[in-house]
Design a protein around this ligand. Structure first.
Ligand code: GUN
Length: 300
């Protein structure tokens, strides 16, 4: 069997620790407000990956001692119906967090729906108010996947100050907020994307390389600097020819076997960033519940 040179960053184990550490904090909030923090998750349509994510989010929310409320709507749901539901959840005092699973069907304007969420309940951290707070050093609710990446990086490397982080991908969900979080750690940040010229000339300078583009095994070993720390945000389903017709396996945006021979640290897919995203959602939910109800809590 081929051994990997890099140390594998165990996001699954780290997220389990984080989830456990939230349980006493949730209990404190319950003690003060007389009910569990509650997360409402809205899923529109039948996208199979989204259904799995939503199921996992609900399961982990309950395991942490919080309440999960699921709203599953058909793919034909109108934007008005969805906006009315968001408004009702905004007004419901017993709901602390609202998450609308993306992507939404094409006839619904994602931006309008996200901006309709009360920023205090925006546990995804996607609202313009929360994006602005993050960009100006006053972050409250921070997008979950970038926060998960940051917690893994801090745990693996300690102080990130002065390191050069290159992010591949400039989405509002991952690339842009992650750049803000890393800047706040005094990291030097470069974002590259589909229109960047000579990407590998830039990525080979990265002490930290974070890849969030959704392209199976895009990053090969000649894109990385020896000894770099690689964070793979991608989760792509590809045909598994060894297992047979109709069988799939999950791969990241990084060619794991190849890159793990050259990197010093690398996240696997699955079991790397994915579980951390859910842990950060739980963290944001308890944080939102505490803030809305004037309960003081300390999150690591
Ligand atoms: N779809 C993919 N990632 C996310 C996420 O972090 N939040 C939501 N709401 N939808 C997603």
């Amino acid at each position: 069997m081929k051994t990997t040179k890099a140390k594998i960053i165990d996001g699954k184990a780290f997220s389990h620790q984080l989830n456990q550490s939230l349980i006493p904090i949730v209990k404190k909030v319950i003690g003060e407000i007389g009910r569990p923090p509650a997360l409402a998750v809205i899923l529109v349509g039948e996208d199979s990956a989204s259904q799995i994510y939503v199921h996992n989010k609900a399961k982990r929310t309950q395991e942490a001692g919080m309440k999960s409320v699921e709203h599953r709507l058909s793919s034909e749901t109108s934007e008005k119906t969805l906006l009315d539901l968001v408004t009702a959840l905004n007004e419901d005092n017993e709901i602390d967090g609202i998450l609308v699973q993306l992507p939404l069907p094409k006839h619904i304007n994602e931006h309008s729906v996200i901006q309709a969420i009360n920023p205090e309940k925006d546990v995804d951290g996607f609202h313009i108010v929360n994006a602005g707070k993050l960009a100006t050093g006053r972050s409250e609710l921070v997008p979950c996947t970038p926060l998960g990446c940051l917690l893994l990086l801090r745990d693996t490397l300690g102080d990130l100050s002065g390191l050069h982080a290159v992010i591949i991908g400039r989405s509002n969900i991952v690339g842009k907020p992650l750049a803000q979080l890393l800047l706040a750690e005094n990291t030097t940040v470069t974002i590259v994307h589909s229109k960047t010229k000579n990407i590998s000339e830039i990525t080979t300078q990265a002490d930290i390389l974070i890849v969030a583009v959704g392209q199976s095994e895009l990053v090969k070993s000649d894109w990385i600097k020896p000894g770099a720390c690689i964070i793979d945000v991608g989760i792509n389903r590809i045909a598994d020819l060894e297992k047979g017709k109709g069988k799939y396996r999950l791969v990241g945006d990084v060619d794991f076997l190849e890159v793990a021979q050259k990197a010093q640290f690398i996240t696997p897919v699955p079991g790397g960033v994915g579980p951390m995203t859910i842990s950060c959602l739980l963290r944001n939910t308890v944080a939102a519940a505490a803030k809305r109800n004037g309960v003081e809590i300390k999150l690591k």
